[in-house]
Ligand binder design. Structure first.
Ligand code: CAA
Length: 275
């Protein structure tokens, strides 16, 4: 574990410092940057541990309304799990490693705050699996994506077989996984793997603009909707609708719901407090 706790001299508060992750906070949006550019930001166990720590920390930070995840440099988002680390693993170690990645990405998917993958270059293998665990994906027009594990004689191990099929459908998942090919951002957009595509020099701006729009809505409503969508994907339609109705009722207990509907009637912009 490489995470250490340092004292912030200004705020006199403990803040987490990471070896392979950068974390910036601006206007309520935290940007997490995977920072191993020499290895095209490949995910080793340390980075995975740090990602989990960071998401858990940001999820409970009142100043954070949304999280963007990207990769350092202009070449890669994340080029996959670290192949050098995996090369000598035994079968049992590989199974544990798969559980580690799945667990970290499940933590990202379950984060109550919106998490947006900003795909600034290669998103391959574990890198695409990381992006698939985020709630939305926006990609640079020059990004390349795929699950090339079969080219290494492997299969995706950080939940790519499951999430790609749920996000883009089993046909797309089978083609991407069985060929191991890399696909352009335009193709990924066409089949629903990414939500949006932006020119490389406008990517961060476009991602921030999208995230700010989400953050301007009722935060409890956004969080609740995310939770209901996630629940619905794991259960049948009837149970999903039941969860939706319960949450629809629950959200009426919030100040934000009252404020949102009142503001509509008074023809003004709502002022949400997240309560
Ligand atoms: N793991 C470890 N190191 C990696 C890496 C990875 N996934 N991807 C790139 N690197 C390293 C390279 O080894 C190289 O390091 P050196 O300079 O020390 O040799 C450095 O990053 C730069 O990479 P390249 O020289 O290969 O750059 P390139 O521009 O020629 O090619 C690339 C770029 C096409 C992305 C190529 O690096 C590549 O194919 N990378 C591997 C992609 C891959 O197979 N990912 C899946 C990994 S398996 C997985 O993720 C399993 C899972 O689901 C859990």
């Amino acid at each position: 574990m490489t995470t250490e706790t340092q004292q912030d001299p200004v705020n006199d508060e403990a803040e987490l410092v990471y070896e392979h992750l950068e974390c910036d906070l601006e206007d309520g949006i935290a940007t997490l940057t995977v920072n191993r550019p020499k290895a095209l930001n490949a995910l080793n166990s340390e980075v995975l541990d740090e990602l989990r720590d960071a998401i858990v920390e940001l999820a409970i930070d009142d100043e954070v309304m949304a999280i963007m995840i990207t990769g350092a440099g202009d070449k890669a988002f994340v080029a996959g799990a670290d192949i050098s680390e995996m090369a000598d693993m035994t079968a049992f170690e590989a199974r544990d490693h798969s559980h580690l990645g799945q667990d970290v990405f499940a933590t990202i998917e379950a984060c109550p705050k919106p998490v947006i993958a900003v795909i600034n270059g290669y998103a391959l293998g574990g890198g695409l699996e990381l992006a698939l665990a985020c709630h939305l994906r926006i990609a640079s027009s020059s990004a390349m994506m795929g699950l090339p594990e079969v080219s290494l004689g492997l299969i995706p191990g950080f939940a790519g077989t499951q999430r790609l099929a749920r996000i883009a459908g089993p046909g797309v998942a089978r083609e991407w996984i069985m060929t191991g090919d890399s696909f352009s951002a335009a193709e990924a957009h066409r089949v629903g793997v990414v939500n949006r595509v932006a020119e490389p020099e406008q990517l961060m701006e476009a991602a921030t603009e999208l995230t700010k729009r989400i953050v301007s809505r009722g935060p409890l409503a956004v969080q609740t909707a995310l939770e209901v969508i996630r629940t619905g994907l794991d259960v049948g339609q009837a149970q999903g609708e039941s969860a939706e109705a319960d949450s629809f009722g629950l959200i009426f207990t919030s100040d934000d719901a009252r404020e949102g509907m009142l503001a509509f009637k008074e023809k003004r912009k709502p002022s949400f407090t997240g309560r």
